[in-house]
Structure formats: structure tokens, C-alpha cells
Design a protein around this ligand. Structure first.
Ligand SMILES: C[S@@+](CC[C@H](N)C(=O)[O-])C[C@H]1O[C@@H](n2cnc3c(N)ncnc32)[C@H](O)[C@@H]1O
Length: 281
């Protein structure tokens, strides 16, 4: 068992863990996002998307995986948090080898800063844009995204919704093939402002926990609001891609997502859903 060198105390599993590793394993699914980006861009534009800007990139895992899927692909990751970018450079970019290292550019900056290079596709994943809490702030972010896209570029964002998103709740999930539990904690929701505070905690088999490994102070935006703001920011066409659900083979009362998304104009409400919005420049 590893010990703390100063105290010689045995370290708990939580003390030995790295919260970025846990986050990437529990929350991110770069393969499915990239499959969606690739197919959607090809369907809308009839060619391959090569340059991706990953706004709010955090550890830039998605940017690295994007470049791995095609030797011609490049990625630009933008994030305000230098320690998180440094972690991503060391643990994701450098370990991927010099070819990938040359094709992923990290920008330590604000997603509201003037974008230098134009992208085929810009993404804002895991609801990060919800840190903008007023229509003015979010519209100016969307305007900036549009400025940073090529003429035929597209913007992809994900959105969290469903009847449960306004509840105060804690949801636990075992992470596939891992020995820790991911806990999503919706701690506060204000029905007047739609301000919400959520946390991610992790729990280990030795019962140790990382409390509030990540904290989110968001406004819970609704699809019609996002659509209106994207249009006000100048995007020509805004589409909603909704995940197809089928009966769960193991539990007849439950439905399960297929990972296949369709461009729809109507959908059935669910307790909880995560879907994509795609805006064409
Ligand atoms: C929820 S994490 C998203 C990480 C990653 N994109 C993902 O999909 O899991 C939000 C990230 O946004 C960054 N961030 C917040 N506000 C920002 C801003 N105005 N400009 C750039 N980055 C920002 C934070 O530093 C944090 O790394």
C-alpha cells in the first residue's frame, strides 16, 4: 500500500487517485462525440471536417482523439485553466507522440477572445457554455464561435435536459471496468433564474471519497432559448439531434439509448436526456 512519505500513513484510494483521470473515464466519451461530428459534418457539407476547435477543452482529450482519427486533422483547444491545460499536455498530448503533439494547439485563454484560426467545426461539450448566465453573454459567445468558423463551418454543443434536471438529486453510477463510483449531485436549482449548482464526487471500494472533485455553477438553458440565441448570433440553421431509445433487454420497464442521433423537430420528454444541437454558420 502506498504511504504518505511525511507521515508514513497509508494512503486511501481517494488520496492516490487523480481527479482528471477519473473525470475522463466517467464523463467523457470522445469516440462517440467524434463519430457524431464526423458523420454530421459529412452529411451536411459532403466532405471531411479537418480543423476542430474544442472550446472549454479542459484536458483536451477530445482534441487528441480527433487528431488520432485522421492524419490530416488538427485541433485547437481553448481553456481558461492553465493547470488543467498543463495536465492535458503532459498526460494526453505528449503521450500520444510527436505527430499528434504537432497537430494539437492549446490556447490558454477565454472562449470570448478573438479566435485566430478558422475551424471547420467548433464544439462546446459537457454543457460548459452554461457558465454564461445571461442572454447577452451567451449570445456574444455564440457570435464569437461564428467568427471563428469557416464560411461552411458548423458548431456542435450538447445539452442536458429532462424532467429530472430541475430536481435536487444525487445519482450514482458504476463506471465500466473501473473500481470507483461516479456521483452526479444536483445540489441547487432556482426555478426563477434557472441557476443550478452541481458537483461531481467519486467514491472508492475502501469507502474513501473525493468530495466535490468538480463544481459547476450553471444556468440551465432550454432548447428554444439556445436556438433563438444561435439564430440571433447569425447562425443560418439550427438543428436538434435527438438520441434514439429502445426497450432495455435486461429490464422491460426501462429504455436505453442507442448512441444514434436523428435530426428531429419533435421529441418525447424523458426524465433525463443529453442531446446535440448543431448550428450551421
Ligand atoms: C465542464 S469542463 C469541460 C471539459 C471538457 N470540455 C469536457 O467535455 O468534459 C469546463 C471547462 O471550461 C473551462 N472554462 C470555463 N469558462 C471558460 C471560458 N470563459 N473560457 C475558456 N474556458 C473556460 C474550465 O476551465 C473547465 O476546464
Amino acid at each position: 500500500m502506498p504511504k504518505n512519505e511525511n507521515t508514513m500513513k497509508t494512503l486511501t484510494m481517494a488520496e492516490q487517485a487523480d481527479r482528471h483521470v477519473l473525470y475522463e473515464k466517467a464523463v467523457q466519451s470522445p469516440e462517440s462525440d467524434i463519430e457524431f461530428f464526423t458523420e454530421t459534418y459529412e452529411k451536411l457539407r459532403g466532405k471531411k471536417a479537418l480543423i476542430m476547435r474544442e472550446d472549454f477543452c479542459g484536458t483536451a482529450l477530445l482534441s487528441v482523439e480527433w487528431c488520432k482519427t485522421d492524419p490530416e486533422r488538427r485541433a485547437i483547444g481553448v481553456d481558461l485553466d492553465k493547470p488543467t491545460l498543463d495536465w492535458g499536455r503532459k498526460n494526453n498530448i505528449q503521450v500520444a507522440g510527436s505527430d499528434i503533439e504537432q497537430r494539437v494547439q492549446l490556447v490558454h485563454g477565454n472562449v470570448l477572445d478573438d479566435p485566430k484560426d478558422k475551424a471547420d467545426l467548433t464544439c462546446a461539450m459537457n454543457f460548459s457554455y452554461c457558465c454564461f448566465k445571461t442572454r447577452e453573454q451567451l449570445r456574444s459567445y455564440f457570435e464569437n464561435v461564428r467568427r471563428g468558423l469557416k464560411d461552411d463551418g458548423i458548431f456542435v454543443l450538447d445539452i442536458l435536459g429532462g424532467t429530472e434536471t430541475m430536481d435536487i438529486l444525487e445519482e450514482e453510477r458504476d463506471v465500466d471496468d473501473e473500481d470507483f463510483v461516479y456521483i452526479w449531485d444536483q445540489d441547487k436549482f432556482d426555478p426563477i433564474t434557472h441557476d443550478m449548482i452541481c458537483y461531481i464526487h467519486f467514491e472508492f471500494p475502501d469507502k474513501s471519497r473525493i468530495e466535490r472533485a468538480f463544481t459547476y455553477e450553471w444556468r440551465l438553458w432550454m432548447i428554444p432559448e439556445l436556438r433563438e440565441l444561435l439564430e440571433e448570433a447569425g447562425f443560418s440553421k439550427v438543428r436538434v439531434y435527438w438520441e434514439e431509445f429502445v426497450d432495455d433487454e435486461d429490464d422491460e420497464d426501462e429504455m436505453e439509448g442507442t448512441g444514434v442521433y436523428h435530426d428531429v423537430t419533435e421529441a418525447e420528454q424523458q426524465e433525463s436526456w443529453v442531446n446535440y444541437i448543431v448550428a450551421e454558420r
